[in-house]
Design a protein around this ligand. Structure first.
Ligand SMILES: [Zn+2]
Length: 240
């Protein structure tokens, strides 16, 4: 993981810290301080061996869906990986007397509970690719870095699309419409429905997106290469 730096500032292998999956302890006991929330990653890797990459985000577009009672739903064909249900992890019930309620997933216990939200059946299998985290953000998983970055970016985009759909619909129908009726597909007059992808569409779109990830990845890679914020010292040394 990205040591004690913001991930965008990582510029060389020496900026990384390696951890054991079994308990998130550093491989080098003398290493500098790292991220407290590394347990998000280690517990997911521990419970789902097919997962090789995890992204945790505090996306401001996603945050409202962690606390407003509106379920996040797949709004368009690029977000089929969301499935028809996105669970919401709440850390509050896990706190015991004396705990500092920082909201951080900074223990095996918290991380294990978060990992359990990715499965419908006691971690027997991975059923969800994205889990919201109440008043905190979200976590998404993938078989590769490319897949998980794609999912993280489009979870954020989907949240913006869904929010705009709700806002524009409310503006059209009037603000008297209740949140509960917004959250579910309802029958009625034209314009009364928020229509999301159904189960068959989520599966079909996920399959399609998994086969086309190279295109957006190539763009994002280029954006990083040409933006002065990002420095790649390893590449610089090679070129010299
Ligand atoms: Zn966090």
């Amino acid at each position: 993981m990205s040591g004690d730096k913001a991930p965008a500032l990582v510029s060389a292998p020496s900026d990384l810290i390696y951890y054991h999956v079994k308990d998130s302890s550093p491989v080098d006991p003398e290493v500098k301080k790292g991220y407290q929330e590394r347990y998000i990653h280690s517990e997911i890797y521990k419970h789902f061996p097919e997962i090789n990459s995890v992204v945790h985000s505090h996306s401001e577009a996603v945050l409202p869906f962690t606390m407003n009672g509106v379920p996040m739903k797949p709004a368009f064909h690029i977000a089929g990986f969301l499935g028809t249900e996105v669970p919401n992890f709440d850390i509050k019930p896990l706190y015991q007397d004396g705990d500092v309620q920082s909201m951080l997933v900074n223990s095996e216990r918290f991380g294990s509970y978060l990992a359990s939200k990715f499965s419908k059946s006691k971690m027997a299998q991975l059923d969800h690719n994205v889990v919201l985290m109440k008043n905190h953000g979200f976590t998404t998983v993938g078989k590769s870095i490319k897949q998980v970055v794609y999912r993280a970016v489009y979870t954020h985009v989907n949240a913006n699309v869904q929010s705009n759909a709700i806002i524009s619909r409310n503006a059209h129908l009037g603000t008297h419409t209740s949140v509960s009726s917004l959250a579910t597909k309802t029958s009625g007059r034209l314009g009364d429905e928020l229509i999301y992808l159904d189960e068959d569409q989520t599966l079909g779109c996920m399959q399609m997106n998994d086969s086309t990830q190279e295109r957006p990845w190539g763009l994002w890679e280029r954006e990083v290469e040409v933006c002065p914020l990002y420095v790649n010292k390893a590449k610089f040394q090679q070129e010299r």
